[in-house]
Structure formats: C-alpha cells, structure tokens
Design a protein around this ligand. Structure first.
Ligand SMILES: [Zn+2]
Length: 237
C-alpha cells in the first residue's frame, strides 16, 4: 500500500503546482488589464486636453482674422481723414473710426481671454504629461514583470502537465479514481499525512487502532471524519 501511495502523493504534489500555476494565470491578466486601463485613462486625459486647446485655437483664428481686417480699415481711415475737406465728412469718418476702435478693443479682449485659457490648459496638459511620463516608467516595469511571471507560469504549467500525465498512467487505477473523487468533493487535498494520530486534512484524531493499522500499511485507510486518504511518513513508523 505504501508504494502505491507514494506515486499518488507525488501526483498530488504535481497537481497542487498545476493548481497554483493556473490560479496565477487567472489572476495575473487581471493585473495586466488594470495597468492597461490606467495607461488608457491617462492617454485619454491628454487627448481631451489637446482637444480643448484645439477648440480654443479654432475660436481664436477668426477673431484674429477680423482683427487684421479691422486694423486695415483703421489704417485706411487714418489716411483718408487727412484728405477730407468738409466738416460733415470728417464727423462721419470719425464716427466710423470710433466704431472700428471699439470693435478692435472688443476683439482684443476676446482674443486675450482665449489666450489665457489656452495657456492655463497647456500648463495643465504639461503637468499631466510629466506625471504620466514618471508613472509610465513604473507601470511599464510592473507590466514587464507581470508578463515575465506569466511566461514562467506557462512554462511551469506545461512541465507539470507532462509530469501529471505520466504519473496518472503509473498510479493504481482504483486508487486514482478514489483520489479524484475526494479531490473533487474537497476542492483540494485528497491524500494527507496523519501525524501523531491526527489527520492533517481536518485535524481530527483517529482511533489508535486505526492509526496502528495505517502504520502497518496493509490496506487503504481513509480519515473517518473527512474521508481523505491517509498516509504516515517513514519516521512515524
Ligand atoms: Zn480528516
């Protein structure tokens, strides 16, 4: 019985490693996608700052065109007013100039307001970009580590799956089906050590008589409390 159990214990060890690797491979991609979403959010806030700046520029452009036209109008009026002969014409011209100057002041005010907004947004964008640059180094490094770890786990998994296949062919068939049944129902360990008469699966004491039987190793002993397959280490015997 002892030799049969040795193969089974080896199989269980391999399957625990497989379980751990699979668990890691389920969890690590979640961490990877968390980092990806942080990076995406940062990029999005940079893009939205860019868009806002562009929309200010778009509003500013026609105002600047109008300012130039307005200046040309004023320059022309200045030249013309010198050649005016009558008072009536002069007053009309002066009124035209006053209106143009008023419009100029208004336009300049609007352009200035927009330029202040652009400046504010640009420095905000710069702050976002600088902190993103610093954080990205850390995030990229984390991401690199996670991906390496995933590759390692995949390699471990491949290796242990191979070992698992080989051991499953070696382990006694009826023992294997018992093991699978218990493993399924316990969602974990199916073969456990019985140390000083205590089951390491459920921590219950087994009867001394049963423990002696276990040490003799003539037949398969299950823990009466948790049904797990019991074994004793050599030193216990
Ligand atoms: Zn037990």
């Amino acid at each position: 019985m002892k030799d049969l159990l040795e193969d089974l214990i080896a199989l269980q060890e391999v399957e625990i490693e497989i379980f751990k690797a699979e668990d890691g491979l389920r969890e690590l991609p979640k961490e990877v996608s968390e980092i990806e979403s942080i990076i995406t959010a940062r990029k999005r806030s940079l893009d939205s700052a860019d868009e806002e700046i562009a929309s200010y520029e778009e509003r500013k452009a026609p105002l600047e065109v109008e300012l130039k036209e307005n200046q040309a109008l004023l320059d022309a009026a200045d030249a013309r007013i010198k050649r005016i002969k009558t008072n009536k014409e002069y007053l009309a011209m002066q009124r035209e100039i006053d209106l143009a100057k008023k419009r100029k002041a208004d336009l300049e005010e609007q352009v200035l307001t927009i330029m202040e907004k652009i400046e504010k947004k640009t420095s905000e964008r710069e702050r976002i970009r600088t902190s993103f640059e610093t954080d990205k180094v850390i995030l990229d490094e984390k991401m690199g580590k996670l991906k390496t770890l995933m590759k390692e786990l995949e390699a471990v998994l491949a290796e242990y799956k191979g070992k698992d296949d080989r051991l499953r062919k070696i382990v006694d068939k009826s023992l294997l089906s018992k093991y699978d049944r218990i493993k399924q129902s316990k969602k974990g360990l199916a073969v456990v050590e019985c140390f000083e008469g205590v089951c390491r699966g459920c921590h219950m004491h087994i009867q001394p008589q049963l423990f002696n039987e276990l040490i003799r190793g003539d037949r398969l002993i299950n823990c009466p409390a948790c049904q797990r397959i019991l074994y004793v280490k050599a030193e216990e015997e």
